[in-house]
Design a protein around this ligand. Structure first.
Ligand SMILES: NC(=O)c1ccc[n+]([C@@H]2O[C@H](COP(=O)([O-])OP(=O)(O)OC[C@H]3O[C@@H](n4cnc5c(N)ncnc54)[C@H](OP(=O)(O)O)[C@@H]3O)[C@@H](O)[C@H]2O)c1
Length: 320
């Protein structure tokens, strides 16, 4: 029988990671990625670790574990709901994240904290670099920006990884929403004037794992800390992404709806989204040698998991 997570050996030669978040898209990709790479990995989700709890409680919970790196994959991610409860978003995304950073520091460990393209207003007209001015449009983006600042202030060995449009075969995301709408409707209208890039959780987890090997052992003056951007490639629009999803569904023998391009003005949401939040990935490429992952093969794998392989592959498999 496996020992309970808290009892994982502490004096092992294997590096140890504590992942904040357990059921989210990224957390679910991180745990197997770290384990497959030989790390001792523990993922803590609610109720064991509640980032809305007082800082002292969070620090005490984290202090029960020994680790070489803490990765924060938990967040208040309800972008529209955050407009109605900004304090709840701040409690998790700023105060909870800051408590995690402080808890890591207590053990002399670094923290890798995941953030978002929504810290930008999308008006630059070119891919954002890490030095660009932030100007979030909504409560979620403000809470994530405040979280970045709080994490950097709380732990000198902090890396912030901003990403965008996270998808996976589990959880709430655009791929699953499009597949549901494809079943329900004859026509689907998707905004064509918001630019950015999908990032699949498995690709993000692979990048984080690569960063982790360096981060866990780097000292505070080293290059690997600070802010990094990583999203999938190539950049597209939500409409372009929907077209790729429907093409993949059609290749798998699914009926797909007509896809109509609409402007953001025709699809009002509670929170404003940046019109162009493309992220430049040059710093992470230089410091870590990590290239922007192509989201298209990851989409294929995601569709395989959700609705099975393409028809051609099924025919070939049954003929073999
Ligand atoms: N999703 C995106 O499109 C997107 C885009 C850019 C950046 N990001 C960032 O990427 C990171 C990972 O996002 P994701 O897509 O994996 O998010 P997700 O699927 O929505 O998962 C969020 C996780 O955070 C946990 N969480 C929420 N409130 C919490 C609390 N009070 N205490 C402890 N855990 C709490 C949730 O726990 P429960 O399972 O208990 O609800 C869930 O496991 C986040 O930092 C997010 O801001 C996401």
């Amino acid at each position: 029988m496996m020992p309970p997570a808290a009892d994982l050996p502490r004096d092992t030669a294997r590096p140890r990671v504590l992942i904040a978040g357990r059921e989210g898209q990224l957390a679910r990709a991180l745990l197997p990625a770290f384990e497959a790479a030989g790390w001792s990995a523990i993922a803590l989700g609610r109720p064991a670790l509640d980032l809305a709890a007082p800082a002292g409680e969070i620090i005490a919970t984290v202090a029960r574990h020994r680790f070489d790196l803490l990765v924060n994959a938990a967040a208040y991610t309800a972008v529209d709901r955050a407009e109605d409860e900004p304090e709840a978003a701040m409690a998790v995304n700023r105060d909870g994240a800051a408590a995690l950073a402080a808890a890591a520091l207590e053990q002399g460990a670094p923290i890798l904290h995941v953030s978002t393209d929504y810290v930008f207003d999308g008006r630059k007209g070119a891919p954002y670099t890490e030095d660009d001015t932030t100007a979030p449009l909504g409560a979620y983006g403000r809470s994530k920006l405040a979280g970045e600042q709080a994490v950097l202030a709380a732990n000198p060995r902090a890396a912030i990884l901003r990403t965008s449009w996270v998808c996976s075969a589990t959880g709430h995301n655009f791929v699953r929403t499009m597949l549901r709408l494809a079943r329900e409707r004859d026509e689907v209208a998707v905004v064509d004037d918001q630019r950015g890039a999908p990032t699949f959780a498995e690709d993000l987890a692979a990048a984080i794992l690569r960063m982790a090997d360096t981060l866990a052992w780097a000292d505070r003056e080293a290059e690997p800390f600070g802010i990094f951007h990583l999203s999938g490639a190539p950049d597209t629009t939500w409409h372009g992404f929907a077209a790729a999803i429907f093409a993949g569904a059609a290749a798998r023998g699914h009926r797909v709806p007509r896809l109509r391009a609409i402007p953001t003005s025709a699809y009002p949401t509670r929170a404003a989204r940046p019109a162009d939040s493309r992220l430049a990935g040059s710093r992470i490429a230089e410091v870590y040698g990590i290239a922007r992952p192509d989201w298209r093969p990851a989409l294929e794998r995601c569709l395989d998991a959700l609705i099975g392989p393409p028809v051609r592959a099924r025919i070939a498999a049954s003929a073999a």
